[in-house]
Write a protein that binds this ligand. Structure first.
Ligand SMILES: *[C@@H]1O[C@H](CO)[C@@H](O)[C@H](O)[C@H]1NC(C)=O
Ligand SMILES: *[C@@H]1O[C@H](CO)[C@@H](O)[C@H](O)[C@H]1NC(C)=O
Length: 219
């Protein structure tokens, strides 16, 4: 129902590409250092995650998954070492601002094991959600609205069983403080979505959803 609503809304709305704004971080995980990638549907300009984490290994999804997936899902970072591996995001606005944090996961049998992995996602010391990959070709998307109490935002992949955690993209958007009424340090699960029908448009749906909610809340 949500998707149907969004699709209707999408038809009448052009999504602005705001990705060059300060406070917008868009990481295509596993991309070689100094490489970039542009999502042609959203205009989002992704950079390599190499400057935001010291651990993990760069991997690529299997060729048969490349055709029907967006470029930002072609590479990923996998974490065969350690229980907990964290990205550190440091937006220029710093603590006390509201941020939308979005993490996406497309397995694509990158490890050739063909076993759908499960692991946890943490924001700092707080549990965010469990990532349970249900289909190797469908991206899973998690979003959180967060008001950090420190200038560094730690997004952590946490091993909970035998599976190695991985991540395809990680994005951060500074929000207008008037949009949400949250207190410092609070966490708010915003969306958790499987896009089974139209994966190519999934990221844009979420941008549209966010625009819509912003508009409603401002009135
Ligand atoms: C995974 O999703 C694809 C695309 O929707 C579908 O064709 C395929 O049957 C699904 N695989 C499984 C194991 O459900
Ligand atoms: C935040 O929203 C308010 C109300 O719509 C607006 O007046 C203000 O300029 C916005 N601030 C930023 C930084 O966009």
């Amino acid at each position: 129902m949500l998707i149907v609503f969004l699709f209707g809304f999408l038809l009448g709305l052009a999504v602005k590409a705001q990705d060059d704004s300060p406070g917008f971080i868009s990481l295509d995980c596993g991309l070689p250092e100094d490489s970039t990638d542009i999502d042609r549907t959203t205009g989002i300009h992704y950079i390599s995650d190499s400057g935001f984490i010291n651990s993990g290994e760069r991997k690529m999804i299997q060729p048969e998954y490349l055709i029907n997936s967006l470029g930002q899902f072609h590479t990923l970072r996998s974490f065969p070492q350690g229980i907990r591996n964290c990205y550190i995001l440091r937006p220029p606005q710093g603590k006390g601002h509201k941020y939308l944090i979005r993490a996406t996961f497309l397995y694509g049998n990158y490890d050739s094991i063909n076993r759908l992995p499960e692991f946890d996602l943490h924001l700092g010391v707080d549990f965010w959600d469990t990532v349970t990959i249900g289909n190797a070709s469908i991206p899973l998307i998690f979003e959180m609205v967060h008001v950090p109490s420190s200038n560094d935002i730690h997004v952590c992949l946490v091993k909970t069983g035998l599976d190695f955690p991985f991540i395809s993209t990680l994005e951060l958007r500074v929000l207008n403080n008037s949009i949400y009424n949250t207190q410092s340090g609070s966490l708010e699960l915003y969306t958790r979505v499987y896009f089974t029908k139209l994966p190519a448009l999934s990221i844009r749906y979420l941008d549209v959803l966010f625009s819509e909610i912003s508009l409603v809340t401002r009135v």
